[in-house]
Write a new protein. Structure first.
Length: 113
């Protein structure tokens, strides 16, 4: 199983980024897909999740700014991040969960003020 994130980078506050996570080795359409993030010294926290039925949940700090979506044909989940803030700075991880859970290697997002 592989989850490969891409799209991170350094941006200024107010700008946007789009993260992608390409999955292989799983039946992607069966999995709950999620984005998590971890800042230095902090616990990993959920950012957004999307079920195989398309039900979506967002963490309060990102609601209204971030959008999660999935393309089952491409086995890919996306995170569109708008109006980025310095407090969004973190390593962002992709997660796939069904009976088992898998993690990507993470992609760094840095937002400067």
């Amino acid at each position: 199983v592989q989850l490969v994130e891409s799209g991170g980078g350094l941006v200024q506050a107010g700008e946007s980024l789009r993260l992608s996570c390409a999955a292989s080795g799983i039946v992607f359409s069966n999995y709950v897909m999620g984005w998590y993030r971890q800042s230095p010294g902090q616990q990993r926290e959920v950012v957004a999740t999307i079920t195989k039925y398309g039900r979506i949940n967002y963490a309060v700090p990102v609601k209204g700014r971030f959008t999660i979506s999935r393309d089952n044909a491409k086995s890919t989940v996306y995170l569109q991040m708008n109006s980025l803030k310095p407090e969004d700075t973190a390593v962002y991880y992709c997660n796939a969960r069904e009976d088992s859970a898998y993690w990507g290697q993470g992609t760094q997002v840095t937002v400067s003020s």
